[in-house]
Design a protein around this ligand. Structure first.
Ligand code: NAD
Length: 504
């Protein structure tokens, strides 16, 4: 299989000018084989600022198009994505190493958010509010916000963009997207798919409604610092969030920060162990542990520890690891060598802290520059060392517990609390887990694993950044500005008591 040729063919079919993917300074590698499959030209900061300017001009026109009509563009985008699903899903597998069902699943999430946003385009409701003044009416109106900046991570190269873009577009905003420098090809494909939707929509969609910025974090910084971008939605590591958050705050811009996840699950004495086992295996090993919602810490009650952990270990030893393009393996590659090195470092640190490691070794597949690993399960004596941090690799730390209050405290005792789950048939435990003093994460689940969120709910929400804010529910409000309007239909102007002006 010639992966470079296949990539060019896919991009050509998806509508990308394939001349633009060769000869540049930004190499793109496929983690499947480690080969270089393209070399794009990075943009300069000046070019990025020019693109933002164009998006700003587009916003000024787009905000005047009625919202349901804006929804029509997103409906067409959904149609184009349906037509391109097989090719785009395959490209995700090549660029990120996801197995086919996950590559296609990511495109399905894009389609789902388009459907959601089309309905939303008729539901951007404000309230009518009781006023204390006679002969007045008070209401709130939601207006388009401006250029929405989107910075995305490598591991969801296309879905994260769509969760933001579909909402932004129906809300009347334009979008400037800085994809991960590790996955710019899928971004170019989305740009081409979007262009087809725009063409079908017609002249009411201004040029510049979507701009894609190719480059590394320097280009991301240009986007973050540009005063014409009132909202930046940035997805990536907690390190990135700590840099981006203060820069946005300095110019009073809004931030939607979707960052790392050191996610945990609790298996209680009454749990359905077969169900828990399947959910744990999928949540911890799926996408080779490279999901923000990957299960990374598991607390198992001492009464069921021996009934579940040996079976889990067996699953770890037997899961198939291999090329997502040529085999039916369930676990594909890590994104690159630094990811592999970080995993090995964490496993060594776990061992030094008393952990017993099963798995974690490199799996050879005939390509020196590709990094396949057997997922690692580490039995830990307690929550110490690397257990306290997110390592973006398939490592599951397993710990025993005896007391429910204590395990809840342990569960909440780390940063990057994004997703969480409990396996129990005891209603007191499950309700407590979902209550105000239960799980402190933006996602808290019962009898279902930590990964695989649906677009209907607000996604994300690390505890440090304050709850889910992307995709479903009322997340759209972040992409608009609220005006409170008061209309006086009386012939009197009530002023504060005792205040009058001589105006004759
Ligand atoms: P990363 O932080 O290295 O990069 C993410 C993006 O941020 C890239 O586009 C990068 O160029 C950009 N960037 C980095 N530093 C920047 C800066 N100072 N200013 C502006 N832009 C900057 O993350 P990654 O390795 O691509 O992705 C993995 C991480 O993302 C994991 O921690 C994972 O948990 C997290 N993630 C979170 C979610 C979520 O919704 N919470 C979803 C996917 C991934």
């Amino acid at each position: 299989m010639d992966i470079t040729k296949e990539t060019a063919a896919l991009l050509g079919r998806l509508g990308v000018n394939t001349d633009s993917i060769v000869g540049g300074d930004l190499p793109v590698h496929s983690p499947v084989t480690g080969e270089k499959i393209a070399a794009l030209k990075s943009m300069s900061s000046a070019e990025a600022n020019q693109a933002i300017e164009q998006a700003h001009e587009a916003f000024k026109a787009w905000r005047l198009v009625p919202a349901p009509k804006r929804g029509e563009l997103v409906r067409l985008l959904g149609e184009e994505l349906r037509a391109a699903k097989a090719d785009l899903g395959r490209l995700v597998s090549i660029e990120v190493g996801k197995i086919p069902s996950e590559g296609l699943g990511e495109v399905q999430e894009m389609i789902d958010i388009c459907d959601f946003a089309v309905g939303l385009s008729r539901q951007l409701y404000g309230l009518t509010i009781a006023t204390e003044r006679p002969g007045h009416r008070m209401m709130e109106t939601w207006h388009p916000l401006g250029v929405v900046g989107v910075i995305s991570a490598f591991n969801f190269p296309v879905a994260v963009w769509s969760w933001n873009a579909a909402l932004a577009l129906v809300c009347g905003d334009s979008v400037v997207w800085k994809p991960s420098e590790k996955t710019p090809l899928t971004a170019l494909a989305c740009e081409a798919i979007f262009a087809r939707a725009v063409k079908r929509f017609g002249a009411d969609a201004p040029a510049g409604l979507l701009k894609v910025l190719i480059g590394d974090r320097a280009i991301g910084e240009a986007l973050v610092d540009n005063p014409k971008v009132p909202l930046v939605s940035a997805t990536g590591s907690t390190r990135m969030g700590r840099e981006v958050g203060p820069r946005l705050a300095r110019r009073f811009a809004r931030a939607v920060l979707e960052l790392g996840g050191n996610n945990a699950g609790i298996v209680c004495p009454s749990a359905d162990l077969d169900m828990a086992l399947r959910a744990i295996a999928f949540g911890a090993m799926g996408t080779a542990g490279q999901r923000c919602t990957t299960l990374r810490r598991l607390f198992v009650h001492e009464s069921v520890y021996d009934a579940i952990v040996p079976r889990l270990k067996k699953a770890y030893e037997s899961v198939s690891v291999g090329s997502p393009l040529e085999t039916s393996a369930l676990v594909g590659p890590l994104i690159d060598k630094p990811a592999y090195d970080n995993m090995q470092k964490a496993l060594q640190a776990a061992g030094a802290n008393g952990g017993k490691v099963t798995g974690g070794a490199r799996v050879e597949n005939g390509h020196d520059a590709a990094y396949y690993v057997r997922p690692a399960l580490v039995e830990m004596p307690g929550q110490v060392g690397p257990v306290l941090e997110e390592t973006f690799a398939p490592i599951l730390y397993v710990m025993k517990y005896s007391d429910f209050d204590e395990v809840l405290a342990q569960h909440n005792a780390v940063g990057a609390g994004l997703s969480s789950s409990i396996f129990t048939r005891d209603i007191q435990e499950s309700e407590r887990f979902l209550s105000a003093d239960g799980s402190d994460c933006g996602i808290a689940n019962v009898n279902i694993g930590t990964s695989g969120a649906e677009i209907g709910g607000a996604f994300g929400g690390e505890k440090e950044t304050g709850g889910g804010r992307e995709s479903g529910s009322d997340a759209w409000k972040a992409y608009m500005r609220r005006a409170t309007n008061t209309v006086n239909y009386s012939n009197a102007l009530p002023l504060a008591q005792g205040v009058s002006f001589d105006i004759d």
